[in-house]
Design a binder for this molecule. Sequence first.
Ligand SMILES: [Fe+2]
Length: 177
Amino acid sequence: MRHANKIEASPPQYVGGGGATIAAAAAAAREASRMPEAGVREKFVEDHARLRGKAEVCECIALRILRGDEDLGSALLLKGEEIRDHLVRHMDWEERELLPLLRQSGRSDIASGLVTRHTRHREHFEGNLLSLHNTKTQPIELTKHIVEFLRQLECDMQREEEDVLGALNPGPGRNAG
Ligand SMILES: [Fe+2]
């Protein structure tokens, strides 16, 4: 007797039910593997600081190019790609760890704002901004775009910090203010 045949013989309408059970189990596993709130808050702040450090270096290079040091074009794009890759990982992490916390805290408004800003960043990346493979844009125009992008990134991180740090529990021994 082969029990496996029973599964194969199941009518299609039961597939959805099984899928729902698997989805619920996966959601429970994700829930169990999430970082604690204080850990999310700490990593959020640290990651923004690391992104800022990279963005400052990138902007310095860009401003030198705009003052005439065009030999720095490759250095700018290498740094830009580094920021892009870091930001992609950071946004993925925020969406995985931070969004559920915000929604559980009843702050879907803040979660929506975060998603909107992330969508805007991803659209920039699809346009090959911050990429060595961008051969369509003139170097000076690309440099100006990068400066604009970095300033927008800083504004967005400040806004995120105001929203998120106000909404998350600061953890034991720390004051919200
Ligand atoms: Fe962020």
